[in-house]
Structures are given as C-alpha cells and as structure tokens.
Design a protein around this ligand. Structure first.
Ligand code: ADP
Ligand code: MG
Ligand code: ZN
Length: 195
C-alpha cells in the first residue's frame, strides 16, 4: 500500500550553460536543509586535486558538496538516513549514474540531478537525456542568449577546441538561442552580459 513520504523519485534539471541549473539545485537542496531533511550533495571530481567541496553557481550561490570520481563511489558514499541526494554536472558522470539514481529512488530517496542535456555541438549529452526518460520530474531551464537576449537552449563554444570537455573555462562558452546558435561559427570574442 502506498504511503505518502515512503516513495523515492528522480528529478532532472537540464538546459544549457548559464540557465540556472546549479542555482535551482542549490535552491532545492537548501530548502531540504531548512526542513532538517538529511541531504547529501555530490559533484564529479573531474580533477580530484583541485575539486572544491562545494557546488557554486555562476551567480556565486553555493552549497557543500562531496566530489566523487564516478557513480559507483557516489553510491558507496550514501548514508542510510539520507533522504535527498543532489547531484550537479550530471553529464560528466558515467552511464551507471542512471542505475545508481534508480536504485536510490527505489530505496525511497529523492534524487535531484542537474546537468547539460546538449553538448556544444548540439548533440544529446548522455547520460542526461536518458535519465530524463527514467525520471518522474524534468525541469528544462533556459538561459538568456548572449547575442540577442532571447530565451536560449543551446551552449555555443567560442574558443577553438575539439575536446568534448573544456574544463573550468566558462569564458569559453555562451548561451545561444536557436537563431544565434551555430556550432560551425569561427572563433569570436564573447559578448558577456555578466562582465
Ligand atoms: P548553470 O548551472 O545552468 O550553468 P548557474 O546556476 O551556475 O547556471 O548560473 C545561473 C546564473 O548565471 C544566472 O542567475 C545569472 O546570474 C548568471 N548568468 C550569466 N550569464 C547568463 C545568461 N546568458 N543567461 C542567464 N543567466 C546568466
Ligand atoms: Mg551549473
Ligand atoms: Zn539569440
């Protein structure tokens, strides 16, 4: 028999860079903390030497977070009492994050994953798109197009590099609307609204 509060679920917060995914994750995690619900927040430790133990948004909101090298480690670090599990930069986890999120949800936890749904070439950025299909709630965030101000669903790389991940370089990207987005566009200076 279903009893309210017994059941876990998965929430995905997706969208391009600068769309407020981390802000929204921080907001939800902070509300749980205020309600004294046991929370654990994680982020991928892409570079464990420099990984700071917090999630920070572009607007400089922050929350304590545990850097983890992979999804298996994340699963091992979960406390029994934890009710809410927040995960930022979900696109940088291996595909097993889907199975991990499902196991946590099945054991009654609320799992909130924020991450990019598209890479800089406009291709689905797994595991986020698949995770969306396996989740109860999906929030698609939009940024403001750095070129024209329209709602922006795409992330444009404005420096030259063929690597999927250019680490720690927010200056390397702009949020773009459908009309201004062009992955073929040559390298060009950033028109930041935040600078
Ligand atoms: P994400 O995690 O999706 O990359 P963050 O939550 O870190 O986004 O940052 C969102 C914040 O970034 C906004 O509240 C705003 O202050 C700032 N910002 C900078 N550039 C933009 C932009 N082009 N569109 C929207 N917000 C922007
Ligand atoms: Mg973010
Ligand atoms: Zn635009």
């Amino acid at each position: 028999m279903y009893r309210r509060g017994d059941q876990g679920w998965i929430e995905v917060i997706c969208g391009p860079m600068f769309s407020g995914k981390s802000e929204e994750l921080i907001r939800r995690v902070t509300r749980s903390k205020i309600a004294r619900v046991p929370v654990q927040t994680f982020k991928p430790a892409l570079d464990t030497r420099f990984a700071k133990a917090e999630v920070v948004s572009h607007s400089l909101l922050s929350v304590t977070a545990e850097p983890v090298p992979d999804s298996f480690t994340l699963l091992k670090m979960i406390d029994d009492v934890t009710e809410v599990v927040g995960i930022d930069e979900g696109q940088f986890f291996d595909d097993r994050i889907i199975e991990v999120a499902e196991r946590l949800a099945k054991s009654g936890k609320q799992v909130i994953v924020a991450g990019l749904d598209l890479d800089y070439l406009g291709r689905p950025f797994e595991p986020i798109p698949t995770l969306c299909t396996r989740s109860e709630y999906v929030t698609k965030m939009l940024a403001v197009c750095h070129r024209c101000g329209a709602p922006a669903a795409f992330t444009q790389r404005i420096i030259k590099s063929d690597d999927l991940v250019v680490l720690g370089a927010t200056d390397a990207y702009e949020a773009r609307c459908r009309n201004c987005y062009d992955p073929e566009e040559p390298e060009q200076p950033r028109l930041g609204m935040d600078r």
